[in-house]
Design a binder for this molecule. Structure first.
Ligand code: NAP
Length: 243
């Protein structure tokens, strides 16, 4: 079973580092024309050198900038809402600012970018596919991750409503929910050796995810091989949620 995107245009947010970057590589390898959206220009330039993608630099925490960036992407067949942030703070210390910033990037930007891209898909009448990058943190409580867990729970619910309202337009919408993944974010949040080993003991496969593990699941969900899969939250977690 080969995944072939045959020149379809794919917009990936948070494309500069980590999971988003690996998704861009995987989609380009499968024949998609990638539009990479991220915050740091240098990351986008090095990705363009690597895979020959188009690039858009924008801060998705800014609602106006998020809409403008999505408009600038042009005609898009495949959308991956990957950009996300984590600001680890204990529940009692979670600041209003950190909470609002987390919700703005992890949830509001997904809504705003999707509105622009889905309107274009509907107008062209050829359907499309969307994958949101959620987390195992959407369905379990994780200490020091109050804002992050709340944002990913909200993202799963947003995914369900997107599936409900966009399905009739033949736009498939799914989420993938990774466990700890070895990216700059994963290293930042899980560098403490005790927290790291405690989390590892809860993953039956005994390892954290690699960005390519997530990218492969995303490529599958975007592909025509997943044509009847719609509205699911797919764990990519080595069995974390099974125990
Ligand atoms: P990462 O290593 O921190 O990379 C995130 C990328 O998104 C960076 O290129 C970053 O750009 C970009 N980004 C962040 N905020 C942005 C904004 N406001 N506007 C535009 N771009 C922005 O994160 P990751 O680990 O790859 O995470 C990717 C997704 O997977 C997130 O949604 C995250 O919640 C989810 N996830 C991660 C893990 C994990 O353990 N790593 C587990 C489950 C789910 P800059 O570097 O320029 O800010």
């Amino acid at each position: 079973m080969n995944i072939a995107f045959n020149g379809r245009r794919a917009l990936v947010t948070g494309a500069g580092k980590g999971i988003g970057r690996q998704i861009c590589v995987a989609l380009a390898e499968s024949g998609a024309r990638v539009v990479a959206l991220s915050r740091t220009r240098a990351d986008l330039d090095s990705l363009a050198d690597e895979i020959g993608c188009e690039t858009i630099a924008a801060d998705l925490a800014d609602a106006g900038a998020a809409r403008e960036a999505a408009e600038a992407a042009g005609e898009i067949d495949l959308l991956v809402n990957n950009a996300g942030i984590s600001i680890p703070q204990s529940l009692l210390d979670t600041s209003a600012r950190a909470f609002d910033e987390t919700m703005a990037v992890n949830v509001r930007a997904v809504l705003l970018v999707t509105q622009v891209i889905a309107r274009g898909m509907i107008a062209r009448g050829r359907g499309g596919a969307i994958v949101n990058i959620s987390s195992q943190a959407s369905s379990v409580g994780i200490a020091d991750h109050a804002a992050y867990c709340a944002s990913k729970g909200a993202l799963d619910q947003l995914t369900r409503v997107m599936a409900l309202e966009l399905g009739p337009h033949q736009i498939r919408v799914n989420a993938v929910n990774p466990t700890v993944t070895l990216t700059p974010m994963g290293e930042m949040a899980w560098s403490d050796p005790t927290k790291r080993s405690t989390m590892l003991t809860k993953i039956p496969l005994g390892r954290f995810a690699m960005p390519r593990d997530v990218a492969h699941a995303v490529a599958y969900l975007l592909s025509e091989q997943a044509d009847m899969i719609h509205g699911v939250m797919l764990p990519v977690d080595g069995g974390f949620l099974a125990v």
